[in-house]
Every structure is written in structure tokens, then in C-alpha cells.
Design a protein around this ligand. Structure first.
Ligand code: ADP
Ligand code: MG
Length: 729
């Protein structure tokens, strides 16, 4: 037989080593040199145009055709000087990754002659023939015209020979077909609502930004070994593979030095990222072997999300140069940690105040508690929906596995803040808000330490944890577009802040002093949102029971979790904030169910093929080898002696028989189950059937294959094993 495994292994080791360029020889790269930043705009665009462009960028003012033309000319000149010959509208379809359609800077003039061309029209708007991007029924193929339009708030950049223009992607009828459009809408919603609330405290606040700092986890595997694993190639995760005897027990990877080959990859990745203006800052090993993390300094959420998506695509490219494949899947390997993408989220004002950090005086602290408590309320009211935003076929493997947050959203605050809120809750308005003779306000309830950052105990098991000056949404999956979670977080908080302002205004209309009105509503919210606060071990069984008692959403079936998008409460919230219309929500869910089904369908097919073509034949061959052995023993020996000498072989032969026949039986069942499921036309129903009937079979088949891996001769086993995949030499 061809020993694919050993062929791959030898390829892996005989390949020429990657040379690490010593620091002083590295080409000097400057931050953002491939980005059309404001500084560059000043060089390439006339002053009078710039004023209008910056107004459009900062305040969302529309750009007219003349300005767009002038900007396009400057942008093209800048890009051409960097060697760009093509341009593309870079957008984020609902598949989760990014899409591009490249065109040369060429067009025909009115006489039909070819000329170099890149006008405002082309900058502004492009019609990718996008009929094959999922739209959940908003566009059917014969009116397949979605168009992409420039998002001036995210700067253009050059990759290779292509000028990339970040764009939104919408249907002609105006519905969003991407993540960026509603994310931008959500930043305006939260801006409007938060500015209104900030003005209770400071009339000078003109704008509130939402910020995102993501931490991207990933695995690296040797490319040669990856090539020998059809499951990794086709599904992004291993569909079979017994745990390695050594994996992460010693936690030696986490604390260990980064292997040299990996370091070379990281160095090049960082250099590329920095040139593209992605402010990457930290890199380190993660808990699992071959698992790593990269994180930038936080940025405004729309830009941060673009940067995350861009980095994910650079990672894939740079990894290949280093003979690696990067695995962004949430759970590439069973039995060891999966990969998440912590979303550090906060809000800040144009006056430079972080609304999630305590301040120096009573007013600032009251403002801090105001925002904190509104966030608790929002997350409490929409906990099921927030879970839906991070749910997917791939993240389902990670959530609830014993090293990741469960499929329940709760909030961790830490001991100090919990005490502060307890005191607020138990105080009367007179005790809570003290106005002295000089009419200065004091908070009579508790001291809020100015620096919570260093004092927050880190509860790693919480899916949504306060970490001193921000919240960390940890349940987001490593392969996800952060936009899905961030646009909903912004939206639920905007919606909540609107309600809050109304309640405070109503009390003030009745003659209540502002601080007391704020206090009264905050106190009420603290009580109402209590069920969402959990300080204990989120991985424990007791928490699941406790959460159910508290009425938190504990659903674990992904297709049913998506229903949260369509509850009357969610529909109203998205409509009130202007983030998504009901039609858009329905189409998004259709896409989500369909994507779920397809992912499971592909896994099921790949597993079926591998089981029947790779595993069963090899197991049979090994079994037949053992049978030969038994026959020979019985030819040479006789009677009891023959029996005795062949006993062990017979045990293994029977075990192989058992696993092989179970595998064959279940693969057949799985094919039949797929046929039944595929006849269902309703996408939701189909996804549910896939979840309920196919997923358990995938798990069962895998169990039996993994048992065979332990029995069959290592020489014969056709796939690289975990111990080979997981330790980079
Ligand atoms: P950790 O201890 O979780 O690894 P880090 O200090 O590495 O935390 O920060 C994680 C991420 O949080 C980084 O991207 C960082 O820029 C981001 N971050 C820090 N402060 C804020 C903030 N106020 N708002 C949003 N993100 C922030
Ligand atoms: Mg973190």
C-alpha cells in the first residue's frame, strides 16, 4: 500500500527550512504604508475636496459624484505609485469571509478606445455578479443585482497589485446583504442613544464611539500533513483522530518558547499587518499544542472588524509561504482547547472618556454605573439573541466543551463591582445620592476604585466578562465575522439606553432631581437584571441547572438558537434601532440555517467517504493479516496450545469486526438520513433534522474509527495522527 502518512511526513521533514531573516536585514516597513490614510489623502487630493471628504467620513455626510471623482483620481494615483494595476470592491457577504472582484484600471472611452480609467462612479459603486452570494431569498438569481458601495469611513489599501476598497454590499431594494452595513448602522444607533445619556452628565459630548479589540486564536499545522488529511482540507477540522497520549496536560506549550518556524511566520505576518495599518501588538502561544494568538490595539469597531477579516486572509497566505496551514476553525481537534476570538468591547466619547471605566469624581462614577447597568439590562433581556450571534455549526463544537464558555450567556463583574452594585441596590435615594451644602453631589453608596483594571479577578469561564475598562465577549468563534456579534451588542445597548433615557426623563418631568432620577432607575435595573450575573465556574454542570432556573436561554441546538433572531422582542429591537429590518432578519436566518445544513452535510459526506475508503479497507487488511496469523498458528500447533496462542489475535479480530460493522451500518444509515433530510424544503426544518439525526451519527462513527486507530498497525494507518499533527518540529 502507499503509505500516505509516511510520504507526507518525509515531505514535511525534507523540505528546505524557512530562513529567518536577522532583524537588522529585514526590510524597513512603516506602519500603514499600504493604506490610503488621511495623511496620504492630503498629498493626493485637493484641499477643498478634502474638507468635504473628511466631513463625509466623520459625520456620514453624503458624497456627490464630483467629489467622488476627485477622490478616485487621487486614490488611483497613490495606488498606481505602489504598483497597483487593478482595483476591487472588498466586501463581507453573509458567508462570513470576505469577497473581491478584481477589475483592471481600464475602460473604453466614448470612441471605443481602451484607456486607463478609475472614476468616482467605479470607486463609488460596483455590481459584482453576486448571484451566488447567499441572500436568504432577498435576491433571486434573475434579479441578482446586489451592488457594493464605498464605505468612506474605512480606508482603502493595496494588497499585491490591487487597490482594495472597503464596501458595503446591498440589494437594489436597499436590504443589507453583508455584515458591514448593519454594523455601521449599529454604530450610529449606539452613538445617538449613548450621546443622549452622556448629556445627563456632560453637555459637551458630541459623539460616542464603540470600540473593538479582538484576540484571534488559531492553530498551525504542517502543510504536508494537512495535505494528507482530506478532512482538514475540506472541513477545516479533523473528523477523526484519537487523542494524543500527550496533549495539553503539562501546559508546557502555553509557557513555552515559540518554535522558530512559527516565529518566522509570525514575524512576516506582523510585518504585513503593520504595513496594512493593522496595529498588531501581542502574540503568544495558547494553551493547546500548536495553538497561538494574535491581537492588535483596539480600534473603532467597524475598522477593527475590517482589520480582523483582512488579517485572517493574510494569515492564510503567509502561512503557506512557511509551509504551514492556518486553522481558523473553532475546534480542529477533539479533546484539546478550541479557538475563540475574544471581542473586547467598550464605548468612549469624543471628549476622551471611556464610558466603561470609573472616573475621578462622583458624577463620573455615576455615569460609569449608568452605562454598566444598562449593559447588564441589555445583555439580560437579549441573552438568547446574543448567543444566536455567536452560534454556528463550527462554534457548536467549542461551546460547552469543557474548556470553553457554555451555550449560556451570563455576565461576570468581579467582587468589587458586585459589592458596588449590591450597595446601590440596597440604598434609598437619600442614602445613595448626597447633595452637600455647596450643591456638590456625592455617592453615598460605595467607593468605586478609580482603577478597576488591575483589581478585576479574571474569571476565564465567563462568556461575557467585565475586565476593568471593557467587556470581553469570549464566546465569539475564531472563524466568525465579529460583525455579527458586535452589531447586535451595539443594537441591544442602544435600544436599552433609549428606554433608560425615557424613564429618567419621565421622573424628571415629575419634578425629581436628575441625579435622584438616575439613581432610581439604575437601582431598579440592578434588581431586574440580576439573573444575568454569574461569578462562579461557568464550565460546571451546576451552572447549567442554575441558569435554567434563572430563566436564561439554555438551548443548545444551533438551528433552534437562531429562532432568537425572529422573536417579537428581537424584531422590535432591531427595527427601533434601525439596525436590521424584519425582512433582513428573515433572510439572515435563512442563510444561517442553510449554511448550518451545508456544513454538516459536507462533514457527513467527507466522514462517510473517509470511513469507507480509508479506514474500513485498512482495518480489514489488518484483520486479514491477523487471520492469516491464526491460520498459521493452527497449522503449526495443535489442540489447546493452538487455541491459547491465537487467543489474543482472536480478541482483536473480533474487536475490529465489531467496529467495522458498526461503521458500515452507520455510514449507510447516515446516507439514508441525509436523503430524508434533503427532501425537506423548509431551511429551518432541514437544519433541525441535520442537527438531530446526522450529527449524532457523525459522532458515533468517529468514536468507532478512533477505536480502530488504537488497534490497527501504525504502519498501515492511512492518516497522520494527532501526535504528528500537533507538535511542530
Ligand atoms: P488579555 O489579558 O485578555 O490578553 P490584553 O491586554 O492583551 O488582554 O488586551 C486584549 C485586547 O483588549 C487588545 O486588543 C486590547 O487593545 C483590547 N482593549 C484594551 N482596552 C480596551 C478598551 N477600552 N476597549 C476595547 N478594547 C480594549
Ligand atoms: Mg482577553
Amino acid at each position: 500500500m502507499t503509505k500516505v502518512r509516511f510520504k507526507a511526513l518525509s515531505e514535511a521533514t525534507s523540505r528546505s527550512p524557512v530562513v529567518v531573516t536577522p532583524l537588522k536585514e529585514r526590510p524597513v516597513t512603516s506602519f500603514g504604508q499600504l493604506v490610503f490614510t488621511r495623511e496620504k489623502m492630503k498629498e493626493y487630493i485637493a484641499k477643498d475636496i478634502l474638507v468635504l471628504l473628511f466631513d463625509a467620513i466623520d459625520n456620514g455626510k453624503p458624497l456627490n459624484r464630483d467629489i467622488a471623482n476627485a477622490v478616485a483620481i487621487g486614490m488611483k494615483r497613490w495606488a498606481s505609485e505602489l504598483g497597483a494595476t487593478h482595483y476591487t470592491h472588498w466586501f463581507q457577504p453573509l458567508t462570513g469571509s470576505t469577497a473581491e472582484k478584481h477589475d483592471a484600471f481600464l475602460d473604453k472611452d466614448p470612441q471605443g478606445r481602451v484607456m486607463e480609467e478609475f472614476s468616482g462612479k467605479l470607486l463609488y459603486q460596483q455590481e459584482p455578479d453576486a448571484s451566488s452570494f447567499p441572500s436568504g431569498g432577498i435576491r433571486n438569481t434573475f434579479e441578482a443585482r446586489g451592488y457594493s458601495a464605498w464605505d468612506a469611513s474605512s480606508p482603502a489599501f493595496v494588497v499585491g497589485d490591487t487597490l482594495c476598497i472597503p464596501t458595503i454590499f446591498v440589494a437594489y431594494t436597499g436590504e443589507a446583504l453583508d455584515y458591514k452595513t448593519p454594523l455601521i448602522r449599529s454604530t450610529s444607533a449606539v452613538n445617538r442613544a449613548a450621546v443622549d445619556v452622556c448629556r445627563f452628565f456632560d453637555k459637551n459630548v458630541g459623539k460616542v464611539f464603540s470600540y473593538l479589540g479582538w484576540e484571534q486564536e488559531y492553530f498551525l499545522v504542517d502543510e504536508a500533513l494537512w495535505n494528507a488529511r482530506p478532512d482538514l482540507m475540506l472541513t477545516g477540522r479533523t473528523l477523526m483522530g484519537h487523542e494524543s497520549a500527550k496533549n495539553q496536560q503539562l501546559e508546557d506549550h502555553y509557557f513555552g518558547a515559540i518554535p522558530e518556524r512559527v516565529l518566522a511566520f509570525m514575524t512576516e505576518l506582523e510585518s504585513e499587518a503593520l504595513q496594512l495599518g493593522i496595529p498588531v501588538k501581542t502574540r503568544h502561544n495558547e494553551v493547546a499544542p500548536n495553538q497561538f494568538e494574535v491581537a492588535p490595539v483596539y480600534e473603532e469597531v467597524n475598522l477593527a472588524n475590517d482589520h480582523n477579516l483582512l488579517l485572517m486572509s493574510i494569515m492564510e497566505r503567509v502561512a503557506r509561504k512557511h509551509h504551514f496551514r492556518v486553522l481558523l476553525h473553532e475546534k480542529p481537534f477533539n479533546g484539546i482547547n478550541g479557538s475563540g476570538k475574544h471581542n473586547n468591547w467598550s464605548m468612549g466619547t469624543d471628549t476622551g472618556v471611556n464610558l466603561l471605566a470609573p472616573g475621578k469624581n462622583a458624577a463620573a462614577n455615576l455615569q460609569f454605573v449608568t452605562f454598566l447597568v444598562n449593559i447588564l439590562m441589555a445583555v439580560y433581556r437579549h441573552n438568547g439573541l446574543l448567543k444566536a450571534t455567536i452560534s454556528s455549526a463550527t462554534n457548536a463544537h467549542r461551546l460547552g466543551a469543557n474548556e470553553a464558555p457554555p451555550a449560556i450567556v451570563s455576565v461576570f463583574l468581579g467582587k468589587q463591582l458586585t459589592e458596588v452594585l449590591d450597595k446601590f441596590e440596597n440604598a434609598t435615594a437619600d442614602e445613595g445620592i448626597i447633595i452637600n451644602a455647596k450643591k456638590e453631589m456625592k455617592l453615598g453608596v460605595a467607593n468605586i476604585p478609580e482603577l478597576l483594571l488591575d483589581n478585576t479577578d479574571r474569571n476565564r469561564t465567563s462568556p461575557f466578562a467585565f475586565t476593568g475598562n471593557r467587556f470581553e465577549f469570549r464566546a465569539v468563534g475564531s472563524s466568525a465575522n465579529c460583525g455579527a456579534a458586535m452589531l447586535t451588542l451595539n443594537a441591544v445597548i442602544a435600544d436599552q439606553l433609549i428606554v433608560f433615557k425615557k424613564e429618567v426623563d419621565a421622573l424628571m418631568d415629575k419634578g425629581e432631581r436628575k441625579e435622584r432620577a438616575l439613581f432610581t432607575v439604575i437601582k431598579k435595573y440592578i434588581t431586574q437584571s440580576k439573573a444575568i450575573r454569574f461569578e462562579g465556574n461557568g464550565y460546571s454542570e451546576q451552572w447549567k441547572q442554575e441558569a435554567a432556573k434563572r430563566g436564561l436561554d439554555c438551548e443548545t441546538s444551533v438551528p433552534i438558537i437562531f429562532d432568537s433572531y425572529l422573536t417579537p422582542q428581537s424584531v422590535t429591537m432591531y427595527r427601533n434601532t434601525g439596525v436590521l429590518s424584519e425582512k433582513e432578519l428573515h433572510s439572515r436566518c435563512e442563510v444561517k440555517w442553510e449554511t448550518y445544513t451545508k456544513k454538516i452535510q459536507i462533514e457527513s459526506r467527507v466522514l462517510g467517504d473517509l470511513a469507507m475508503n480509508h479506514i474500513v479497507p485498512v482495518a480489514n487488511r489488518y484483520q486479514s493479516f491477523l487471520l492469516d496469523n491464526v491460520v498459521k498458528i493452527r497449522q503449526i500447533f495443535s489442540g489447546n496450545e493452538a487455541q491459547e496462542l491465537s487467543t489474543q489475535d482472536m480478541v482483536i479480530i473480533r474487536r475490529i469486526e465489531k467496529h467495522v460493522s458498526l461503521i458500515i451500518k452507520m455510514v449507510d444509515e447516515m446516507i439514508e438520513a441525509r436523503k430524508t433530510a434533503n427532501r425537506i424544503t423548509d431551511e429551518r426544518d432541514k437544519a433541525i433534522v441535520y442537527h438531530d439525526t446526522i450529527v449524532p451519527l457523525i459522532n458515533e462513527i468517529r468514536y468507532n474509527v478512533d477505536k480502530l486507530e488504537l488497534i490497527v498497525d501504525d504502519e498501515m494507518w492511512p492518516l497522520p495522527k494527532y501526535r504528528e499533527l500537533l507538535f511542530i518540529r
